[in-house]
Write a protein that binds this ligand. Sequence first.
Ligand code: ASP
Length: 581
Amino acid sequence: MSWRDTTCGALRASDAGSRVTLAGWADTRRDHGGLVFIDLRDYSGKVQLVINPANAPEAAELAREIRNEFVLQAEGEVVLRAAEAVNPNLPTGEVELRVDTLRIVSRSEPLPFQIGDETVDEVLRLRYRYLDMRGERMQRNLRLNHTIIGAIRREMDSLGFVDVWTPSMTKGTPEGARDFLVPVRLQPGKFFALAQSPQLFKQLTMIGGLDRYYQIATCWRDEDLRADRQFEFRQLDLEMSFVDRDDVLDVLEAAVVASFDAVGRTAPVRPFPRMSYAEAMARYGTDKPDLRFGLEIEDATELTRTSGFGVFAGAPVVRYLVAPRAFSRADLGRLEEIAKEWGAKGLAYLVTDESGEVRSPIAKFLSEEELAAFGGGPGTTTLFAAGDEELVGRVLGGLRTHLGRELELAQTGAEVFHWVIDFPLFERDADSGNWTFLHHPFTAPAPGDEDKVEADPGGALSQHYDLIWNGWEMGSGSIRIHRADLQEAVFRTMGMGEEEQRAKFGFLLDALKLGAPPHGGFAMGIDRFVALMAGEPDIRQVIAFPKVASGSDPLTGAPTEMPDTVLRELGIRAIAPKDQA
Ligand code: ASP
């Protein structure tokens, strides 16, 4: 006997008259004076079963025991429903299965929540993820995930990329996060790090002559969990030899377009627009601007050099945004709080009300010329930031992002992909003041900037690029350094002496001295990409078994403590939190 002839969502009016066996979950059961109706559900949809005690007394008897989520097998004839019983909202709504043989395959205890209930607390959903998965949302998201990854794999294959597996347990790779460590029983006291990305291995495959590598790679990073961050996540990781930046960008655009095509959505037009880091920071105050709306930052520095408002006259940089709304005092209070979160001391503003009248505590200090230049016209608010360039960009960028969301400025339905290019190679580490990398230390300087690596680190541009979708960073990549001497110079600028270089990256430096081709690559966050494609607010909704913000898995209860005997074998001793201080 086979379990089923077809799936629950497949039956149509044209099947009427045929005998079929179906299997699935009892979605709902209704008793109507003798007749029992059960909606039988599987991944493909639902179909109505009718059990009539007059023709199937045994089945009817059994049907009374059935509760939600029992697994059933039902055999019978597909019949057309009476005209008034047709359910136009269900693809199978014109038919029902007149059951003569019914079997309870598996029972269910009362459920912790009803399948598909959107109001259930997320921790409870994750504790019973397999129940959550039976609902439409997770079915849709996990299948979308699969469709997109399939499309990407086919695209990569057609472009000649080779899928190479790289180790999860490795030496720490500097991607800017903490490592997860793995103790090694055979070498007590020593640890592997879980790969933050396959970065160095993929570069080594290029030195190994693979030419085009890719992988849907799992990466592990010990960072605080957020809407777009999990300890472990997947990226489309790729690397190519004998390429320039534009060759890499082309491949990524092809992968994005293939994904849109696969899910039947209008793909963004290629080539995606490009913007330099400097331009993004100046116009939008962030390196990942949402370009679905304008609200650009304007410069007021020149005009305010002789301003009667001392804060402006004395600040190195003064810039502003003109929001398309005459904000109330209460609104401005909230906006000031946001500006402060981004580091501002206060928030200067000019409100121009609908009649054109200007309301502002600083208006009396500003000249006619300043007022005319900064005022946005009726129904607007000009928001200022003054200070050093970085702070001003951060504050106005933060306000811009907030206002975009609050005022719903983004053009609806628009999907804007763009590249940010020409990043600086180094920045100052906020704590130590030392030079550190913006992307990772294997990123090549811009052609012609090689000498600046040591002579003028702050002035060197890099060949690093980011892909942005509607203000979300989808991923990053770069053309890499393929000369050992240049790689050593970068390490030196970061304050790494020869000994440290050898200890940490000796294997890479050796490889770069043994015939390394020019190469570059990229990594795109798959979970983020799929979440955006699914219209989901966080990546947990597209991951089968994610962790919650505390870093735990509500389903299995991991992480857990380990017995001392296990730890001893690994050469480690746990320090209880109370002893930690
Ligand atoms: N390894 C980098 C990352 O994971 C991406 C790359 O440069 O290819 O962000």
